[in-house]
Write a protein that binds this ligand. Sequence first.
Ligand SMILES: [Ca+2]
Length: 380
Amino acid sequence: MRAQLVRSIHVLLMCMACCLSTWAQAQAPVFNSEKHAFRVTTLVTGLENPWSIAFLPDGRMLVTERAGRLRLVSQDHKLDPKPIDGLPEVIAQGQGGLFDVVLHPQYAQNGWIYWAYNAPGPGGWGTALARGKLQDHRMTEVQVLFSMQPKTRSSFHFGGRIVFDQAGFVYLTLGDRGDKDRAQKLNDHAGSVIRLHDDGRVPANNPFVNRAGALAEKWTLGNRNMQGAALHPQTGELWTHEHGPQGGDEVNVMRSGLNYGWPVITYGVNYGLGTKIGEGQAKAGLEQPLRVWVPSIAPSGMAFVSGSQFPQWQGNLLVGALRGQMLIRLTLDGEKVLGEERLLQGRSRLRDVRVGPDGLVYLLTDEAQGALLRLEPVKP
Ligand SMILES: [Ca+2]
């Protein structure tokens, strides 16, 4: 009798746990939107604060978990219980941990996998970039290509997105590490995008290579914390978004040597206090964003829509939102934002947004029991 009662309570608790999960594996709800109806299929659950997805050519996927694990997902969407080992030490602390994972554009020929992570070093820790080659469950031939300087013990603003351009340069976004004045310093990597050759060498035509006292890896400055970056499919330019302070999240196009303003100009204010930061919203010589979100949505993950699955979304920019808990679809005319649609509102914090090789849209939810979701078009 007592055993039966315990069993009943156990079943009830299991049931409640299922109901509490936003994206249970069995459900595939259909959503209507302005241009497409779509189904959201839950492919994988049980990921701890997943951060990034990369698609291997054989149909498997790599998924990072912020706590420091790189995971494999099989072709039939089973999460391999055994993480990939051989990665250099990851400091999982506050917002820091394992971030982006990206394949080299010639992965089929060279096998290089790149990842960004919070690396230890003198003075604390900071964002770093490494690459390696996957053999079964082990990363081999590992090389650390870059490690930001100086390192501090702050838990905030690491950036951590990696993008390759069409010429083969690799870009890494770096946050201001919670110390805003660092973003304006040329002798500090914080608050910038850096640009490297694929083997970590500094390109001779980087903007500050010949500037005395400047760090040669820097491509931009004046950025606060970019957790979304993608290459524009037509122009080949690097688009990013960044977290503003309270209010003032931005979308920008990153160009060589330009200053994106933080913290001299911003559309945001100090958290809680609502007090002014810097000198206002615009200043000569400092770049203006293409789009500003006030109030903040806390953007993370970014992808341009391509492929044949969502023809009415072709060329649109998708942006995930953490605090905003939604997927944003921006329609564009060149660098002008024409419109915005808010999808999947109030369901989950979204950490990553990708368009897969199959043209479907993949999302990661930022939760202790996070999920890999897939948007699939539904005929009306
Ligand atoms: Ca700015």
